[in-house]
Design a protein around this ligand. Sequence first.
Ligand code: HEM
Length: 148
Amino acid sequence: MAVSSVSLHTSPRPDSVYAAVGGHETFAALVDAFYASAVEDAPFIAMYPEGTEIEGAKWRLCAFLEQYFGGPTTYSEQRGHPRLRMRHMPFAVTPEARDRWLHHMRGALDSIELPPMYDELMWDYFQRAAAAMINQPGEGRPQPSPLI
Ligand code: HEM
């Protein structure tokens, strides 16, 4: 049976986390809740180049997460390989920024009330991914002495 490679790559896998948690509606609700909370956090949202004009940022985060969790691959079709760590290099991602990001994402996950297994799976991923994005030491960390 001939299966077009396009449909292979773009159709959500039926056994994906994406499908299991409710597809696009769920990811859109998660990302809406994340940004609704983030825009209220003035020092945090100040690092976003488009500030509180977050429609573009919302699309990018939503499309990325849908793809990561086995949904449509629209993110890479439009943005190329995610290379998330590299794409975060222009921003000062300190441990404090990670904590704020995770705070907003924890609240967003709570708001969509996933079954515990999926909540834990996604939260575990977010914690690991956010830690991997850190590219600057925090305020509280001692700097090496210039003498040694
Ligand atoms: C650790 C704290 C984090 C901070 C402070 C942070 C901050 C930012 C900022 C300022 C942007 C640019 C906004 C824009 O797209 O216009 C961005 C983009 C993005 N972030 Fe994060 N981020 C963090 C963690 C994460 C994590 C954990 C993920 C995924 C699980 C993620 C996924 C993305 C994606 C997909 C984009 C858009 C990349 C692109 O296509 O250009 N971020 N982030």
